[in-house]
Design a protein around this ligand. Sequence first.
Ligand code: HEC
Ligand code: HEC
Ligand code: HEC
Ligand code: HEC
Length: 198
Amino acid sequence: MNRISILGISISLSVGIGLLFPASGGAADRDASLYVGVKVCGMCHKKEDSGNQLASWQKGPHSKTFERLGTPEAKAAAAKLGIADPQKSAKCLKCHSTAYNWTEQVATEKIQPEDGVTCESCHGPGKKYMPKSVMEDRKKCIENGMVYPASKSCELCHNDQNPTWKADRYTTKDGKKVGFDFEQAYEKIKHPNPKVKH
Ligand code: HEC
Ligand code: HEC
Ligand code: HEC
Ligand code: HEC
């Protein structure tokens, strides 16, 4: 089941979107035993002067992806697929929750489905890269499993396997309609550290 669904995503990415499945940082590479959960990341990433990434995430769409599955809109989309309760269905939670890690079962107890799409869905499981001495050195972060740049992660979820996918959700600068546009989507969720030069 998992293999098929992972394959389903990779097919939709390479054929449907034309993006090559990333060599590392893809869903299949993520070791669920290395997740630590948003509370742990948030302990160090909640200072205002370094960008308070925890607060940005809490205000943004990814902290509410579980709640979204409780809406009438979600129930209607699920009903078409014969799913009664999207908040209990792995077919929805695989992308709406880090806890499922893109599989059709709970992959880690460290993260509750209710937490939604947490830091580690984008940045990769953090157990090995979260010590301060590693975190301050990007090369070491990557060696210890950080997905960098995190833009590699977006299309593992933002793709046409989502039953509410809209192929014309975004309009690019040159007027093309697309289902996902990294630049514009990133503007809505970015959480930079003002102390770091980019
Ligand atoms: C012990 C404290 C600590 C913990 C826990 C921690 N971080 Fe960090 N992190 C830092 C520090 C310090 C930096 C360096 C600069 C800064 O403050 O952003 C950093 C940098 C980063 C960067 C930028 C890396 C780069 O090279 O641009 C990312 C992304 C990041 N952390 C994500 C996370 C995630 C996700 C978690 C949870 C899995 C996490 N951090 C847990 C302290 C921590
Ligand atoms: C392949 C990953 C994926 C799967 C599987 C998935 N979703 Fe989503 N869902 C997303 C993404 C990503 C968004 C954000 C909108 C976008 O960019 O397409 C979203 C948004 C939504 C929304 C908000 C409406 C909207 O268009 O923004 C609803 C409702 C929803 N999903 C319901 C469901 C239900 C119900 C299921 C299970 C039957 C499900 N999703 C399965 C990825 C997924
Ligand atoms: C683990 C799956 C997952 C990943 C990875 C992911 N998203 Fe999402 N994203 C979602 C879901 C699910 C929603 C729906 C939230 C809602 O509307 O309730 C969403 C919603 C959004 C929205 C609000 C809807 C819209 O299109 O305006 C933006 C913006 C967004 N994501 C940007 C990004 C960006 C940028 C990345 C990569 C850096 C990313 N996402 C990675 C699952 C994901
Ligand atoms: C939807 C995907 C997504 C989620 C969820 C997410 N991030 Fe990020 N984050 C990004 C992207 C994209 C960047 C830009 C750098 C890169 O591409 O890796 C980034 C950058 C950062 C940076 C570096 C800031 C800088 O200016 O150097 C830190 C620190 C960080 N994130 C921490 C977190 C923490 C902590 C959480 C959870 C509370 C989190 N992120 C949640 C996608 C995400």
